[in-house]
Design a protein. Structure first.
Length: 108
């Protein structure tokens, strides 16, 4: 099953760093409270952001977004990710971009 995800990245200081979004595939039906693991990137990457993050995010909200085809598209909001520093946040963003093909929208 392919679905849209989005989540925010914050710094430990409380500053908003940006938002990650895109499509991922999962064999499990998403349920609020369930964790999604991002420990096995789909694409080769040398980046390993796991010194300050365990590799999983919790599903917060699941919604069906209507599409013109009336088929609907599943959209999942994941828990925020808080990183201790700007450098660590940049590393985890690169991990999601390179490893999973997700997009990053920085906070202005």
């Amino acid at each position: 099953m392919i679905f849209n995800i989005d989540f925010s990245i914050f710094l430990a200081s409380g500053e908003s760093f940006g938002q990650i979004s895109g499509k991922i595939e999962s064999q499990a039906n998403p349920v609020p409270g369930m964790s999604i693991a991002f420990i096995f990137p789909l694409r080769k990457t040398e980046i390993s952001p796991f010194s300050h993050w365990d590799g999983s995010l919790c599903i917060g909200e699941v919604a069906i977004i209507p599409l013109p085809s009336d088929a609907g598209d599943l959209s999942i909001s994941l828990s925020d990710l808080v990183m201790p520093s700007r450098g660590e946040a940049e590393q985890v963003v690169s991990y999601f971009q390179e490893g999973f093909g997700l997009y990053f929208d920085p906070t202005d």
